[in-house]
Design a protein around this ligand. Structure first.
Ligand code: ADP
Length: 162
């Protein structure tokens, strides 16, 4: 069984992430979209909220499983029998960053291979970072987020708008 893990923060999940997963589905038997929990990192949305959105987005996608993990990505992959990582490349800086991580994961993950998909032109400008900035600035994120990611119920005061 060909299993790929798509690791990320998904803070929040964007249409760019969804596009990547959909394009990867024909390549694998199962794609595990997994939130890596890094205790050093500050997130805008709670793990529970991010997981809830992932579950809602992929609810009807039988080949997709949603999960979270605290260990090294390579060790998590081994524990679930995944031999592939899925990552997206939007530009040259993604490449520089991803290249090192991919080589590291291949080394410590006993041949774990990272499969890269190049972002579609219409999505390559979309990042969770940009979306978080728009949210904090009170802007409209409709074009960047899947319909299942609803922000209406959130209290934007907590983002310390000024
Ligand atoms: P991380 O915190 O690990 O960077 P992200 O949630 O920001 O996690 O991104 C996870 C993966 O999704 C990365 O491989 C990133 O390159 C990819 N990705 C993010 N946005 C897009 C996009 N618009 N198109 C294609 N891939 C994307």
């Amino acid at each position: 069984m060909k299993i790929a893990v798509f690791p990320g923060s998904f803070d929040p999940i964007t249409v760019g992430h969804v596009d990547l997963v959909e394009r990867a589905l024909p390549l694998f038997d199962k794609v595990v979209v997994a939130i890596g929990i890094n205790s050093q990192k500050q997130y805008l949305f709670s793990l529970e909220q991010r997981m809830e959105w992932l579950n809602a987005v992929f609810e009807h996608e039988e080949k997709v499983k949603v999960d979270s993990f605290k260990r090294l990505t390579a060790h998590y992959c081994k524990s679930i029998g995944a031999k592939f990582l899925l990552r997206g490349l939007r530009n040259a800086s993604d490449f520089d960053y991803e290249k090192t991580i991919s080589q590291l994961n291949n080394n410590i993950g006993d041949g774990l291979e990272t499969i890269f998909l190049i972002a579609q032109p219409g999505y390559s400008h979309i990042s969770s970072t940009i979306v978080r900035e728009i949210i904090k600035g009170g802007g409209n994120t409709t074009n960047f987020l899947p319909p299942q990611v609803k922000l209406d119920h959130l209290n934007f005061d907590k983002f310390e708008l000024s």
